[in-house]
Design a protein around this ligand. Sequence first.
Ligand code: DQA
Length: 146
Amino acid sequence: MKKILIINGPNLNLLGNREKTFYGDTTLEKIKSLCVKECIKNEIEMEFFQSNHEGELIEKIHSVENIYDGIIINPAAYTHTSIALLDALRATSKPKIEVHISNIYSREDYRRKSITSEAVNGIICGFGANGYLLAIEAMKKLIYNK
Ligand code: DQA
């Protein structure tokens, strides 16, 4: 069975309480359980990871090459700032999908540029927590080639 890694960046552990107008009231735990179900449905094994630390996110991405068949990542604020995350993503040959809960292109100017998306196959943003499930569906096509 194919295996994917779902990575979440800083402050996403606060979902449910944080800026609900942008991010809704779904907690990260709830998103994880929705992803577990979606992965079972799509015959994919999954690990779900969150960190508030750039270095930990980078090391997690480094682990992908030998273990996982694809990455779904919400880099959160590092989307807009981190060339280091971009480089780490570029260093893996596996398919990558970037997810944002909010529509980053409808928000502040500094959110309208995604540095990390230069390294990914595609982005899903603006669909709330459902974006993760859409990303799993898209990932299935990329990793199973169907
Ligand atoms: C986010 C959008 C980012 O701009 C923000 O810094 C986040 C969450 C989203 O999922 O909509 O923390 O990645």
